[in-house]
Design a protein around this ligand. Structure first.
Ligand code: F6R
Length: 363
C-alpha cells in the first residue's frame, strides 16, 4: 500500500534511506571495517575488464559505477546500453566480467546481452532487485539489491540500491587488486555507513524542491548539467523528469554545452546545474556562468551554493558535502523529487506515465 503517501513513487523515494541501508548491510561486515561480496566462482583479482550493460535508469547506475571501478580498481570499464551492446559484436577480454544491471531482471535486451556474454565465455553477474528473475537464474552470480518491490514505473529506490551495490563492489574489487589498504577500506566503509543518514537529511528538506518545481513546470525544454561522476545523475534527472512530467529534458556533461546545446539557451530554458564541491566545481561554475550570460535560468544543486550569486539564480537546493563514493547517490534524491513535484504541478499520472511499462520484456 501507499501508506500515508499520495503515490507509490513518493513512498519509494522516501523509503530510500531504509532500503539503501538494508542493501549496504548485506555488503558491509557488521563491525563496519570491510566490504563483503557473495562467494564468487572466479578470482576478482584476475578480472581484466569490466563490462556494464543495462537500460534506462539502470544504465545510468552503470555509468556512475564506471568512475568508481576505474578509480578504485584501476580496471578498464566498458559501459553500454543493452539494446546496442550485442549488435556491435563487442570485444570481450579474456577473464572479463560482464555485469548486467536490472531492477526487474527481465528486461529483454539486457537478458539477451547476458546470454551473449555467457555464450562468449565471460564471467557474468546480475545486479537485480527480483531474485527469482530470469537474469538472476542465468548469471553466474547474483549481487542483489534489497529495495523491496518497486511499483512506481519511474525507478527510484532500485536505482540508489543499485548504486549502493556497485559502490561496495568497486571497493571490493580495489581491495582484491591490492590497491586499497585496510585503512582506506575502513574510511570508505564509514562513508557508506553514513550515507542513509545523509539521505534522510536531504529528504527532510524536500519542501525546498517545490518552489523549483513551480519555477520550471511551464518550461518546454529543460537541461540538466553535471560533470564527472555527477554527469550520469544529470542524465538520470532528465530521464526522470521527461518520463513523468512530459517536459522535454536532456542531460549533458557541462563541458559539452558550448559544443552545440548552448544554442538552445534563452530566458525560457531552465538549466539544473548539479555542482558539488569536488575537484570539478570551478569548471562547472564557469559553465553555468556561460549559461547565465545567455539569460538561461540556472537552478543550482550544490553543497557550496555560494559559488554563484544567489540573486542571479532561478533557484537553489542545498546539499550536504560527501565523498565521491556516496555523492552521486545523494544527488539522485533531489533530481527524483524535482521530477515528482514537477509532475504534480502538471497533473500527470505519476505512477503510471503514458506509453511506459514497468518491465520491458520485448526488444
Ligand atoms: C526509468 C526506468 C527505466 C528502467 C529500464 C530498465 O525510470 O524505470 O528506464 O530503468 O526500463 O529496467 P530494469 O532495470 O528493470 O532492467
Amino acid at each position: 500500500s501507499k501508506g500515508n503517501h499520495r503515490h507509490f513513487m513518493q513512498k519509494e523515494i522516501f523509503e530510500q534511506p531504509v532500503v539503501v541501508s538494508q542493501t549496504l548491510g548485506r555488503y558491509l561486515d557488521p563491525i563496519g571495517t570491510q566490504v563483503t561480496l557473495p562467494k564468487l566462482p572466479f578470482d576478482l583479482k584476475s578480472v581484466t575488464k569490466i563490462t556494464l550493460v543495462a537500460c534506462g535508469t539502470s544504465y545510468y547506475a552503470a555509468s556512475v559505477a564506471r568512475y568508481w571501478i576505474e578509480k578504485y580498481a584501476r580496471t578498464p570499464v566498458e559501459v553500454d546500453i543493452a539494446s546496442e551492446f550485442r549488435y556491435r559484436d563487442p570485444i570481450y577480454a579474456e577473464n572479463g566480467l560482464c555485469i548486467f544491471i536490472s531492477q526487474s531482471g527481465e528486461t529483454a535486451d539486457t537478458l539477451a546481452a547476458l546470454r551473449h556474454a555467457k555464450e562468449a565465455g565471460q564471467h557474468t553477474a546480475a545486479i537485480v532487485n527480483v531474485t527469482e528473475s530470469t537474469m538472476a537464474r542465468e548469471a553466474d552470480i547474483i549481487l542483489p539489491t534489497y529495495a523491496g518491490t518497486e511499483i512506481g514505473v519511474a525507478s527510484t529506490k532500485a536505482f540508489t540500491c543499485q548504486l549502493a551495490v556497485l559502490a561496495a563492489f568497486s571497493v571490493a574489487m580495489g581491495v582484491a587488486k591490492g590497491l586499497i589498504s585496510s585503512d582506506t577500506e575502513k574510511t570508505l566503509v564509514k562513508e557508506l555507513e553514513h550515507l542513509p543518514a545523509q539521505m534522510s537529511t536531504v529528504l527532510a528538506t524536500e519542501e525546498n524542491i517545490k518552489a523549483i518545481a513551480a519555477e520550471i513546470a511551464d518550461a518546454r525544454d529543460i537541461l540538466f548539467v553535471g560533470r564527472g561522476i555527477h554527469f550520469p545523475i544529470a542524465m538520470e534527472g532528465a530521464l526522470k523528469l521527461k518520463e513523468i512530467s512530459y517536459i522535454h529534458a536532456e542531460g549533458y556533461a557541462a563541458g559539452e554545452l558550448k559544443h552545440g546545446p548552448i544554442a538552445l539557451i534563452d530566458e525560457n530554458v531552465p538549466v539544473i546545474g548539479i555542482a558539488p564541491s569536488d575537484g570539478l566545481l570551478d569548471k562547472s561554475v564557469s559553465n553555468l556562468q556561460e549559461i547565465m550570460a545567455r539569460k538561461g535560468r540556472v537552478v543550482l544543486f550544490s553543497d557550496h551554493l555560494k559559488s554563484l550569486p544567489q540573486a542571479d539564480l532561478a533557484g537553489s537546493f542545498s546539499m550536504p558535502s560527501a565523498g565521491d563514493l556516496t555523492s552521486p547517490i545523494l544527488y539522485a534524491l533531489p533530481v527524483q523529487l524535482l521530477a515528482y513535484y514537477t509532475a504534480l504541478e502538471k497533473g500527470t499520472d505519476v505512477d503510471q506515465p503514458r506509453n511506459l511499462a514497468k518491465s520491458v520484456t520485448v526488444e
